[in-house]
Design a protein around this ligand. Structure first.
Ligand SMILES: Cc1cc2nc3c(=O)[nH]c(=O)nc-3n(C[C@H](O)[C@H](O)[C@H](O)COP(=O)(O)O)c2cc1C
Length: 157
């Protein structure tokens, strides 16, 4: 099974989470690749396998700067993503009550509009909670990766 982690980050926290998940999941049976969203466009979703978006939130509930080109390209080109299966691990801070975790939410809504199907629930890490995002991710990831393997085996990715 192939899994691509797509990282949207401003100060590297989401990247740390992705590195931790890759370390746990990449075991020979599963091939994990982590890509920073910088320079990516919507063609990345033509890759084989499932996707996990790991992205924070900035500004007025925006996706991080390094995710903007990918987000805008998806919005402009609106490719058919009905063969795509994905998960979302969002990073945010509840101090920003009005726009909590909107980065992950925006990607989730857009991918859904384009026909992609989410695996599991969208996760929302809260930086104000005191829980380390990489710890939350590895715990949550145990259940998610089982669902992802099921989706891949069903041959719909
Ligand atoms: C200037 C600034 C704006 C932010 N805006 C939001 C926001 O609107 N909503 C939210 O949930 N978190 C917001 N955050 C919190 C970050 O998303 C959070 O700290 C995250 O863990 C950062 O991850 P990163 O290092 O991968 O970018 C903001 C943080 C900063 C510094």
């Amino acid at each position: 099974m192939k899994l691509t982690l797509l990282v949207g980050t401003m100060t590297g926290t989401a990247q740390l989470v992705a590195q931790e998940l890759e370390l746990v999941w990449d075991d020979g049976e599963m091939h994990v690749e982590t890509l920073l969203m910088d320079q990516l466009d919507s063609s990345v979703f033509a890759r084989d396998g499932v996707f996990l978006l790991v992205t924070s939130t900035y500004g007025q509930g925006d996706v991080p700067d390094n995710a903007k080109a990918l987000y805008e390209d998806l919005k402009a080109k609106r490719p058919d993503l009905s063969r795509v299966r994905y998960g979302v691990f969002g990073l945010g801070d509840r101090t920003y009550a009005e726009t909590f975790n909107f980065g992950g939410k925006r990607f989730d809504e857009l991918l859904g509009e384009l026909g992609a199907r989410r695996i599991g629930e969208r996760v929302q890490h809260d930086a104000a909670s005191g829980v380390l995002p990489e710890e939350m991710a590895t715990q949550w990831g145990e259940g998610w990766i089982a669902l992802a393997k099921g989706a891949a085996e069903a041959g719909v990715s």
